[in-house]
Structure formats: C-alpha cells, structure tokens
Design a protein around this ligand. Structure first.
Ligand code: PMP
Length: 433
C-alpha cells in the first residue's frame, strides 16, 4: 500500500530560506498550500505521472504543473525535440517556421480558430483578448462568471458577490476601481442571471468570457443549455463570446471544450497544454476580429519572447502526441476509474462526496450533489475535511491540488497501477477523516 512516512526536513529548510527571498516563499500563490494549512513540498524532478521531492519522496502527481503535463512529465519525445531545438538557439525575437507549425495545429484542431496570436501565459492571452473584444465592438463592458479565473489582469480580479449579479469591486488591493467598473459578473450555469445583466447594460457589453468547463472553482461542468444559451444571447445582443480554454484546450478533447460541446465561440484563449510545459499562451478566433491585432490592425499587443522557439517546439510535440488515436479515450477511462473509485470509497466511509470528470480533468467535493457554480462550493463544501484529506493523501504519496477550488489533472502516463495506489491511499485516509 502507498503509505509512507513523509520526511520533509529538506523541503522545510528550502521553504524557510525562500520565505525571505520571495513573497510567501513562492513564485505563484496556490503552490504554497496556504488554503489547506499544511507545508508545501519542494520538487526535485518530475517524470511521467510522478513527482519527486528533495527529501526523496515519490508522489503520484495529479497537478501536472497545473495542466501542461498531459503527455506525462519530462516526456522523452518532447525532451528530444527540445534538445534539437536548443542547438538552434533559445530565442529569436524574429519569425520562425515553428510558429506557423503550431498555429496550423491549433487552427486545424479547433474549428472556431481562423487566426491565432502567441503570447507567454494564460494571463496574457485573456488580458489581450479583452482589448480585441472592446476594439471590435466599440463597447467597454465585459461579462464574466463568479468563480471563473482568467489570469491576474486587473479587470478580471473582481470579487464575485453572493448576489446573482454584482457590479465589479476589486478583489485585490492595487487594482483601481476604474479597471473593474466595466467588469460585470453573472452566475455560472444560470442563464437568467446573464439575461438580467444584458438587460441592465443594453448595448454596452463587448463580450462574455467564461471557462467552458470550470476548473478554478473545482471541477464544474456546464449544462449544454447554458453554453447554447450563451451563444444565442451574445448573438442577439451583438456581443462576442470568448471561451477561456487555458485549462480545457487540448485537455478535455483535441478540439477543446468547444468541440466537446459543439459550440462555436468568436474568440478563445489557450495556455498550459499548448506549451507542453514551457511558457505559452495564445488567443485566436474569427479572422475579421483577429485582423484588428497589430501589425495587421490598430490593436496593440506584443511580446519579446512570444513565439519562442523552445516553447513552440514543446507545444508542437505535445499536440502531435495528443492527436494520436486513443489519447482522449485513455484519459477518460483512467480518470473515470480514479474519480469513481474515490467517490465510492468516500461514500463507503460515510462522507458526503460528489465530483466528476471529462477526459483528463476531474474534481472531488466534500458535499452532497449538485455543485453547479462557485456559490455551491463556497456554501456547501467542508473545507476542514478537505484540508485533512489533502494532507493525508500527501503523506501517503498522492500529490493533489491543495484546494476544493482547483480541478485535478491526469496524463497519458497515469497507469492503472497509479490509480490502484491512489485508491489504496484514499482508503487509508478516508477511513479516519
Ligand atoms: N484562464 C484559466 C481558465 C486558467 O485556469 C488560468 C491558470 N490557471 C489562467 C487563465 C491564467 O493562466 P496563467 O497562469 O498561465 O497566467
């Protein structure tokens, strides 16, 4: 069985030093494990479905660098391609054939994408796409959903009120009110809340942006009616529809959530998987809209490292692997076994649990069904129990996202044996929760 006593002295030493060097000791907040109250572990290496920390502990990794590691970490084919690319230089700051290659892969895979611009992160992609939406429609306001994360640009850092619709209030100090005044918030999976926002802001909304499957409030799938309704309402109102596929793109299907649910947005953003573990984001969509972007058009957006040859290479190889027959069927099968097993064990030991998956994206909540929006997670879930569960799983060699507000990820390298090991650990942990 997976049980191991966790030696963490080296991790603790490094984290203590880091706390004086970087805010919170980290380069990005969630990895500090603050929300589950425990100490984080410091990684030494990753390989396939596993992560290894600097104390020598091995974990089955269900974060996978927060999504990019879909073909398995340190994949041999990706590494070999990178080794070749490295010989030609780390950065060009000039056009390369590699950009065409990745652009063609994305355009061929995702029906709504006719033209694409590469950037360096999901944040950058979402920040840039709003500028284009506003320029195209000559309107100012954008509509997002409570609990959906689109990176840390000012206009997206809006606290979701418990009401159906809230006027944007900044969620972080340092965000000027002016940046969020034009951000409107509606409730996920709730078309009435969307209609009422549109009624109150007639002719002023440039576009709607959403996670087509939510990962940033935990795993919350949309209803088909919700996505279809959003497409209809935006068309009627002359607003654009943008799918933020930073998490779902090339993960829940090769054609993304939009392919999976059969909806054609005007614009989309990507990140994570399309960079194969290197820093890449992208935004794209209809040619008439994307043609506004500089230097083709007047909407300015640029990047020194954008289209970087190493990042393009990792992305190309990753998509090539994902395109092979059976990839998504395998992810769906292995992830289904994982989440169904966890739910079964949780129920067996008397816990209120629910959750689900689509392909290699999944999540578990400690509450009764249904969870259809961020408000459900916030109001219904047992956060203390989740923290104990997270710590218990970590101590038993299972590396899970440290919050009920995060989805989990699997890769093509997660095996039946990994799932067995995870379920064995869950049995040990759920029993005493
Ligand atoms: N959009 C979504 C849906 C995301 O999940 C994320 C990151 N988790 C982002 C945007 C921001 O991407 P990045 O962290 O690469 O800036």
């Amino acid at each position: 069985v997976a049980s191991q006593s966790l030696k963490t002295s080296e991790s603790q030493r490094v984290l203590k030093e880091a706390a004086d060097l970087m805010p919170g000791g980290v380069s990005s907040p969630v990895r500090a494990f603050k929300s589950v109250g425990g100490n984080a572990v410091v990684f030494d290496s990753v390989k396939g479905s596993k992560a290894y920390d600097i104390d020598g502990n091995e974990y089955v990794d269900y974060i996978g660098s927060w999504g990019p590691a879909i073909v398995g970490a340190a994949n041999e084919e990706v590494n070999a391609a990178l080794a070749e690319a490295l010989k030609k230089g780390t950065s060009f700051g000039a056009p390369s054939v590699l950009e065409n290659e990745l652009a063609k892969l994305v355009i061929d895979a995702v029906p709504s994408i006719e033209m694409v611009r590469f950037v360096n992160s999901g944040t950058e992609a979402c920040m840039s796409v709003v500028r284009v939406m506003r320029a195209f429609t000559e309107r100012q306001k954008i509509l997002k959903f409570s609990g959906c994360y689109h990176g840390h640009a000012d206009m997206y850092l809006v606290q979701a009120g418990s009401g159906v619709l809230t006027l944007g209030l900044p969620d972080s100090p340092g965000v000027p009110k002016a940046s969020t005044e034009t951000t409107l918030v509606a409730k996920y999976n709730d078309l009435d809340s969307v209609r009422s926002v549109f009624e109150q802001n007639k002719g002023e909304i440039a576009g709607v942006i959403l996670e087509p499957v939510v990962g940033n409030s935990g795993f919350i799938p949309p209803t088909q009616e919700f996505l279809t309704g959003l497409r209809e309402i935006t068309e009627q109102e002359g607003a654009l529809l943008c799918f933020d596929e930073v998490m779902t793109g090339f993960r829940i299907a090769y054609s993304g959530a939009q392919g999976y649910f059969g909806i054609k947005p005007d614009l989309s953003t990507f990140g994570k998987v399309i960079g194969g573990g290197l820093p890449v984001g992208a935004y794209g969509g209809r040619k008439d809209i994307m043609s506004l972007v500089a230097p083709a058009g007047p909407v300015y957006q640029a990047g020194t490292l954008s289209g970087n040859p190493l990042a393009m290479t990792a992305g190309i190889k990753t998509l090539e692997i994902m395109k092979r027959p059976g990839s998504y069927e395998y992810l769906d099968k292995i992830t289904g076994r994982l989440i169904n097993g966890l739910l079964e064990i949780g129920k067996e030991y008397g816990h209120a649990v629910c959750g689900g998956h689509i392909s290699g994206m999944w999540g578990l909540f400690f509450c009764e069904e249904p969870v259809t929006c961020f408000e459900d997670v916030k109001e219904k879930c047992d956060f203390d129990k989740f923290a104990r569960y997270h710590r218990g799983m970590l101590e038993n060699g299972i590396y899970l996202a440290p919050s009920q507000y995060e989805a989990g990820f699997t890769s093509l390298q997660h095996t039946e044996a990994d799932i067995d090991r995870t379920l064995a650990a869950a049995r040990v942990v759920m029993k005493d929760l």
